[in-house]
Design a protein around this ligand. Sequence first.
Ligand code: NAP
Length: 271
Amino acid sequence: MLLGHPVAHSLSPAFQNAALAFAGVPLRYTAIDVAATELPATLETLIAQRGAGNVTIPHKERVAGACARLTPVARRAGAVNTFWVEDEGLVGDNTDVAAFHEVATGLLRGIPEGARLALLGAGGAAAAVLTAVERWPGVRVRVWSRSQERAAQLCARMPAIATVAETATAAARDATLVVNATPLGLADAADSVPIDPTALVPGAAVLDLVYRTGETAWVRAARACGHPAADGLGMLIAQGALAFERWLGIVPDRRVMWDAVRELAGARPAH
Ligand code: NAP
């Protein structure tokens, strides 16, 4: 199951159910809209039923706080996107971290040496990005958030690699990879591009964690300016596939997952 608020837009049920059916597992993955006030009671029920699933906006940090045990990566990120129940209680993991690493190193064609990242946003997804790149050799990250205080709090957790930038453009001024970890781009509003692609260093890679039908306006604009670019659908599938493996001990068929979302998510480059 997926716990979040709202969750109606989520593609996770479509691709997880396709993978479960393909693997012959007689379980259903459902999205449950849980308001913040209902979260403690929902978690209690889940623990009693030995449930397993994913967590999305806005509950990732609170579920981390409710777990009996966190994996080291979930503890470092301070957020849980994948959970299951063991005898000790709720166990929390964060597969966004490995999923980001996988997608970013695919876009950059390997683990870069001395990468310069611009990270836009300072929430749970941004924390997963920092956790993922922490081990990249010589990496430096400039974090911009509309709330400078939140950016400063995030950077204080990883001071060896991260500093606060005052504007998105300042964050991106020498960036070899620019990551959007805000919800900008989910809607078709005029302000849906987090930073003008013409302000980026030539050849800088662009990774938008947001996804939507036909890709986001930012990804399309960046590609038109010659930047390698990808939206968040690859990361969504990767985090979901890794979660599936944690719950069931089975590696799901990612082709089946992609086929299930391709129609819903519109035209995009082949994977
Ligand atoms: P979050 O914890 O709520 O953090 C959102 C961040 O974006 C905060 O820094 C927030 O700033 C900022 N923000 C919100 N609205 C903004 C706006 N209109 N303009 C500028 N900044 C804004 O959310 P999250 O969990 O980090 O997720 C962020 C995005 O990444 C979401 O769209 C989510 O769907 C996406 N995501 C995708 C994947 C994937 O697999 N593709 C995985 C995780 C997340 P304030 O503190 O000022 O509100």
